[in-house]
Design a protein around this ligand. Sequence first.
Ligand code: 5GP
Ligand code: ZN
Length: 120
Amino acid sequence: MSANDPNCIFCKIVTGQIPSKKVYEDEELFVFHDIQPWAPVHFLIVPKQHIPSLAQLTSEHERLMGRMMVLAPRLAAEQGCNPYPEGGFRVVCNTGVEGGQEVHHLHVHVMGGPRPWLRG
Ligand code: 5GP
Ligand code: ZN
């Protein structure tokens, strides 16, 4: 698995070749608003490294995935999701075609904010 895939739209977002509304960035993660939000808050957490999906993960990725999960509640609160338990947010990781995955660069959806939502 190479660090970047030249045909991958999320690799292009990570490198700035495709513009996005950035929420957060560090050495290994990039976070941006979904272009077609389902909810008042809807952003995507992606590793900068091109990993196609959850299906490719090995024990080497445990720390990276842990960081993504720990980042989710912090950024959800910063982006305006109401506090748990009355508020909260939804975390979704579509995997493979039958799992509803359209972009094959691992990403975690974080959706929240007051109901009703457009979807989900
Ligand atoms: P998936 O169905 O693969 O889990 O979700 C892919 C998500 O990426 C969709 O919610 C879609 O709206 C979002 N998306 C696709 N292309 C772009 C883009 O160019 N920019 C941004 N910000 N989001 C995108
Ligand atoms: Zn990629």
